[in-house]
Design a protein around this ligand. Structure first.
Ligand SMILES: [Zn+2]
Length: 268
């Protein structure tokens, strides 16, 4: 069976990915535009934990058929012929299905909302919230690829706000995200801060740089992986950079919050 490395670039919006130079990820397959099932981290990762990847928004088909096809694609990803929708019942848990056929299931995550006490962690053999928000390099250092097939699920913080910006180079934007919003702010003023276009553009360009950094690290990871390693590279949701009065993601109904990049394949 194949090793599987499932990489989620948290908050990486589709067009940020497409604007970045990604020579390593490009070795797998061309990137396509897909859509997240949710606009923020926790529910989107719940879909991943079920085995559902970002969708293509197909027309004239019942959702149940799309889900069945999606579950069946784990045959090709794993190289194990007997995976179908019924193997996912009743738990609807991808790591449980993979464990049942002999995988060691390992998750390394960056977002505290995905910590090991959450439902997302339930069926992994090994589940770790990284100490540092930006530690894809540290995740790679901990990975190994023995004969036993491994399923690695990696949630990367580098592409999430503040996009590896720290201290002096971080623009101060009041009320950017829920965590930063002051609690005494009245609802009447909370929605009327406006966003500085220059700062928004700087943040957008920084997210593109973070994708390029991640691609470099994926190149390092590719040097460690056996040829039978199936990679999935995608995002859990997009990000708004001031469009239509929005910044970030979460309680936002906007196309850019749902568009995500999607690449999967094995090195030729
Ligand atoms: Zn997220």
């Amino acid at each position: 069976m194949n090793h599987i490395v499932f990489i989620v670039m948290d908050s990486c919006r589709y067009d940020s990915f497409m604007a970045a130079k990604t020579p390593n990820i490009d070795r797998l397959a061309p990137a396509s535009k897909r859509y997240s099932y949710a606009s923020w981290t926790a529910p989107s990762h719940h879909a991943f934990a079920m085995g559902l990847l970002p969708h293509t928004s197909p027309k004239e088909v019942f959702a149940s058929e799309v889900y069945k096809d999606e579950f069946a694609q784990w045959r090709e990803r794993t190289g194990y012929a007997d995976i179908a929708f019924k193997e996912f019942l009743p738990d609807l848990s991808l790591p449980k299905v993979l464990r049942n056929i002999g995988y060691r299931t390992v998750a390394k995550v960056s977002m505290p909302v995905l910590n090991k006490n959450t439902l997302i962690a339930r069926d992994f053999d090994d589940y770790k919230l990284m100490k540092n928000h930006n530690d894809f390099a540290g995740m790679i250092d901990e990975m190994e690829f023995p004969d036993e097939p491994h399923y690695y699920f990696l949630n990367l913080g580098e592409t999430h706000y503040p996009y590896m910006l720290t201290g002096d180079n971080l623009p101060h934007i009041s009320g950017l995200h829920g965590a930063l919003k002051t609690m005494d702010e009245s609802p009447a003023t909370a929605g009327k801060q406006g966003f500085d276009p220059g700062q928004m553009e700087m943040l957008r360009l920084q997210q593109i740089k973070c994708v390029e950094y991640i691609d470099g690290q994926i190149g390092r990871l590719m040097e460690m992986t056996p040829p039978n390693t199936h990679f999935i590279v995608t995002a859990d949701h997009g990000e708004l950079f001031g469009e239509d009065g929005y910044f970030g993601h979460g309680p936002i109904m906007h196309e850019k919050c749902f568009e995500v990049p999607f690449v999967e394949g094995r090195l030729a």
